[in-house]
Design a protein around this ligand. Structure first.
Ligand SMILES: *Cc1c(COP(=O)(O)O)cnc(C)c1O
Length: 386
């Protein structure tokens, strides 16, 4: 698809056609898995299409990078071996020892560990602030030192909402960049670059891949100088997505729109069911008018996503029992795949923050609502709660 045609196309059309033209030689409609490390040169330096060595570029990865950039409305995309590999590459491309980063006070655990246990050793300081409180984020910025304001929205597992536009203004006023981890929303529901963010980060392991069969990460940027920096670090650090992984993630992205709509449909039904259930004390979902971030979420998201958290009436043991009794909801970490997952954040994904300010309630359950038949999901929850 030509660039001009691509810019005018709808989301689903871009998801299926952007970033790849049917193979010139064979007409292959889908980018083949180019399982090759190197490329024959037509005379010294005579590279075909710029391909020289697969750390630097591989056609399967190029196709994925093109489509993710098109879906986020950015100029360039970069695919990595994991979300955390993407994050580390970005941080080292942008920050130097002595710099400072503001991170969400409920950041994804792996992101917090990366800043706290890895980047800090290399002289990068960080301060946590609640993404839902623009004034608190502003107060956490150290003018002249803060290089990045890092935001997740919605956050995990309490689904707090950050106002991307307001946070971009605050970051830019202080000479910092706004990075948005868009993993929970996916580009179908939210496109941070259009709201003023400078860089979008993904764990493509989740909704982008969407089938729980591959680990991967991505960065998307609008600014071409920034793209050059990221490209240099991607090649220099080498944490790239391999061709098999890139193929799977690319295949997943083609159906992102239809999957997300079904995730949202099912999540809305689950929310309505839980709200009426006598053994449920509280339902947390940005689509609920009572959610403190509802208005902001409504402004910046197309719909409210597939993650639902709730608290049960019977305390921690009750929550553990529900997790154990669910059958259609598989007990497991991660999220964003076609299958529904259930987990107990306090004992599983968020066990490492027990006893800190980031501790989550012991009676909390997190659902990643999949795309199975909705009635089966409701019946399963009813049985598990009984
Ligand atoms: C999973 C996740 C990550 C980390 O990605 P990996 O692919 O597991 O390295 C980062 N941010 C969020 C919000 C995530 O859910």
């Amino acid at each position: 698809m030509t660039q001009e045609h691509q810019n005018k196309s709808g989301f689903e059309t871009r998801a299926i056609h952007a970033g790849y033209e049917p193979d010139v030689m064979t007409g292959a409609v889908i980018p083949p898995i180019y399982a090759t490390s190197t490329y024959k040169q037509d005379g010294v330096g005579g590279m075909r299409g710029g391909y020289e060595y697969s750390r630097s570029a591989n056609p399967t990865r190029t196709a994925l990078e093109g489509v993710i950039a098109a879906l986020e409305g950015g100029e360039r995309g970069f695919a990595f071996a994991s979300g955390l590999a993407a994050e580390d590459t970005l941080v080292r491309a942008l920050c130097r020892p002595g710099d400072h980063v503001v991170i969400p006070d409920d950041a994804y655990g792996g992101t917090f560990r990366l800043f706290d246990k890895v980047e800090q050793v290399w002289g990068l300081a960080h301060s946590p602030a609640p993404v839902s409180d623009v004034a608190a984020v502003t107060a956490a910025i150290r003018p002249g030192e803060t290089r990045i304001v890092w935001v997740e929205t919605p956050t995990n597992p309490l689904l707090n909402i950050g106002d991307i536009e307001a946070l971009a203004n605050v970051a830019h006023d202080a000479g910092a960049l706004l990075v948005v981890d868009n993993t929970f929303a996916s580009p179908y529901l939210q496109q941070p670059l259009g709201l003023g963010a400078d860089i979008v980060v993904h764990s493509t392991t989740k909704y982008c891949g969407g089938h729980s069969d591959v680990v991967g990460g991505a960065l998307v940027v609008s600014d071409l100088d920034m793209a050059e920096k990221v490209a240099f670090h991607q090649n220099s650090m080498g944490a790239v997505a391999g061709p098999f992984d890139a193929f799977l993630t690319h295949r997943g992205l083609k159906t992102l729109g239809v999957r997300m709509d079904r995730h949202c449909d099912n999540a809305e039904k689950v929310v309505a069911f839980l709200e009426d259930h006598p053994k449920v004390a509280d339902v947390i979902y940005p689509g609920l008018a009572a959610h403190p971030g509802h208005d902001v979420a409504k402004r910046q998201m197309k719909r409210f996503g597939g993650i639902v958290s709730f608290r049960v009436t019977g305390g921690e043991q009750h929550a553990l029992d529900v997790c154990a009794k669910a059958e259609v909801f598989t007990l497991g970490e991660s999220l964003g795949g076609v299958e529904s997952l259930i987990e107990h954040p306090g004992r599983m994904t968020h066990a490492s923050v027990a006893g800190t300010d980031l501790e989550v309630p012991a009676d909390l359950i997190r659902l990643s609502v999949g795309i199975e038949t909705a009635d089966d999901l409701l019946a399963d929850l009813d049985r598990a709660l009984a």
